[in-house]
Design a protein around this ligand. Sequence first.
Ligand SMILES: Cc1cc2nc3c(=O)[nH]c(=O)nc-3n(C[C@H](O)[C@H](O)[C@H](O)COP(=O)(O)O)c2cc1C
Length: 440
Amino acid sequence: MTEKTAEPATTGPLTTGPLTTGPLTTRPFGMARLRRIADFVDWSPGAALRSTGPVSVADLRREARRRLPRMIFDHVDGGAGQETTLQANLTDLRRVKLRPQILTPVDDVDLTAAICGQSVSMPVLLGPTGLARMSHRDGELAAARAAARAGTVFAVSTASSYSLEEIAAAAPGPLWFQLYLGRDRQGVRDLVRRVREAGYTALILTIDVPTGGQRLRDLRNGLNIPPRVTLRQAAETLLHPGWLADILRDPPVGFANFRSETGVSLAQREYSERLSSPTATWDDLRQLRALWPGKLLVKGVLTPSAARLAVASGVDGLIVSNHGGRQLDGVESSIAALVAIRAAVGDTAELLLDGGIRSGVDVVKAMAAGARGVLIGRPWVWGLAARGQAGVELCLELLREDIERTMRLLGTPTISAIGSNHVVLPREWTEVMAGENEHG
Ligand SMILES: Cc1cc2nc3c(=O)[nH]c(=O)nc-3n(C[C@H](O)[C@H](O)[C@H](O)COP(=O)(O)O)c2cc1C
């Protein structure tokens, strides 16, 4: 009986109802229909001109891809070897699941945080990336200004394309400096003195570059650093006139912290020779600790044992990082490494993470898995390549909005309220964690 009465209710209107036989379908352009169409269209000229613009980091990446010649886009976008670690950074963050604490008041959400003693407006820092002027003429100057406006840190790379002093003069900070240990230790001491005199408040020692990673995209594209265009690349370059005009401006792109006697920035080969340091040891870190009175972080930590050694060397913070998958391909993702390291070091160290952060959801996941904050690399360079300083600002703003929304949806009104109860982690990460602890 129920089945019989249900039948006409679902099929009836389709065959006999007014929708198929009513006046609207038989008179397609009656006045009522025209009025509906007229109401449906937004006729204002402003609306016609307004474009939605980028609404995510992925959109900024697409814009950057359009503005940059392929060899430059690939240099920023690519990773080492088969890019398995680069991919793992992204896919493993997706494997972390969030658990909302519903019916928690989230009217006021506070994103401010303190990272290694530095207060920031949100727990996202601009990480060190070399030669930003290859992506946009304003390079690191634009990044420093955007970070200062957003109330966060810009970590300047040793391999910056403006000198550390020029960058410090461009914006009020806060600025940190990322250091590579070179073969020339006196050179490093001189650099550290300049960093201090220029007012940088923290030093990051990157420890995952005993030699350069194998960047297959760069090799295939025949990328030279600083960029020089071969005849093969000429047509592709001419299709990107905005970038070409940028790159031909003065000063030429180079490693601006290291000028030759003639005042010219060093080119890649001379620079690599000066800085590559296959002989670096934990002793060097201890010596740096004695030399640098400010906050000291170590970047490129991926295992609990390295984390313990770093803590014992007296650093103030550890950056769990695989260099965005650009160094040793095949190491695990930063987020998986973070989980194991957090379990091993407990509260004895302040942990930051970089690698694969593309949204506010990613930031919140990293924090719930044990990070105090995150650094971004490619996302801000994409913003820079797409729109200069405004693009870096937009990148930070999109992340800020997304963190805020995620915190509301998750039921966490403050950064410190985000914790392990807000995530479910893949079982194998926590199993490794238990194993690591058993073996010390
Ligand atoms: C173009 C580019 C240049 C980089 N240069 C440096 C560098 O000079 N020093 C450094 O410690 N890390 C460098 N990195 C690594 C970043 O600091 C960071 O670890 C990585 O980009 C984080 O991953 P993400 O790009 O997925 O955010 C660079 C990354 C990119 C993409």
